[in-house]
Unconditional design. Structure first.
Length: 287
């Protein structure tokens, strides 16, 4: 059961990071990105030094390079989604990732799904509908208009699409290297690329950044825990089960948003999140 503990730890670290970001009201997404990536950099550099470098072929380098811009865009939208909308209306839409992976997996890896996978997609869509339901709504079309007006939900849905491509491409890169090497080398490159862009592209308030060093260290540590435990878990288990447990992070995030942030309408948002999570399990485990 080591893989389960590792996967669950990764899920909890993701949820803690999401709620932490939401509580940092005085920091904008770019400042959060700078703090998180800068303080995670030493961890990834040390991890890279300690991991054996496997043989790397052309396929690895092509998929590695393709992964960088996709993940950068997803990362930026992810931060904005959390900042502009309640966590319980944004994070659950990550459950759409395996649904979109049905398409990307089919075109890139020739993977197909069965009846369970189709049922899973239906549950995810239903969960997304219930997520935006309110007691005072008069008709069944109201949740659709609520979804259209909630930018965070839209942003996270786009993130789910980007993650679907990134996951499939990243899986191919891992096959042509190793889970831990790809994890550390990718995020070492990713962090340096984003930090360089932030340094060149905007005027930074260094006093504010230095003042928030403890927050940056906390976010960087959570990111390292997430990535390390993800890599360790996927190295000792079947990836489909590992990812299914890790994605329980959406349940933990919504629960923490209710307990810590006091977000409202938890009955509908909790039920919608649960349905989306079950649908995701149907696709990843049975589909």
């Amino acid at each position: 059961m080591t893989w389960f503990v590792l996967s669950l730890t990764a899920a909890l670290s993701i949820a803690a990071r999401d709620v932490s970001i939401k509580t940092y009201d005085d920091l904008d997404p770019s400042e959060i990105a700078f703090l998180e990536l800068f303080w995670a950099l030493p961890y990834f550099f040390l991890g890279y030094l300690l991991i054996e470098i496997p043989p790397l072929d052309q396929t690895f380098w092509i998929t590695f390079v393709l992964s960088i811009p996709i993940n950068i865009l997803a990362y930026i939208l992810y931060l904005y989604a959390i900042k502009i909308s309640p966590i319980s209306l944004s994070i659950p839409f990550l459950a759409f990732t395996p649904a979109f992976m049905v398409l990307t997996g089919f075109f890139i890896l020739a993977e197909t799904i069965n009846l369970w996978g189709g049922l899973g997609i239906g549950l995810i869509v239903l969960g997304g509908y219930i997520l935006h339901f309110r007691n005072d709504q008069k008709n069944f079309l109201a949740p659709f208009s609520s979804f259209l007006s909630e930018k965070g939900s839209w942003f996270m849905l786009i993130v789910a699409i980007l993650f679907a491509f990134a996951a499939v491409i990243g899986k191919k890169a891992i096959i042509h290297s190793s889970p831990l090497f790809f994890s550390y080398f990718f995020f070492l490159t990713f962090n340096i690329t984003v930090l360089t862009s932030l340094l060149l592209g905007r005027k930074n308030n260094w006093q504010k950044i230095i003042r928030n060093t403890p927050r940056g260290w906390w976010l960087g540590t959570l990111l390292m825990i997430h990535i390390s435990f993800h890599g360790l878990a996927i190295a000792v288990s079947k990836s489909v089960y590992m990812v299914a447990v890790k994605r329980s992070s959406i349940l933990f995030s919504v629960l923490l948003s209710w307990l810590i942030l006091r977000e409202t309408d938890i009955r509908y948002r909790g039920l919608g999140t649960l349905l989306m999570f079950v649908g995701m399990l149907f696709i990843t485990v049975l589909g």
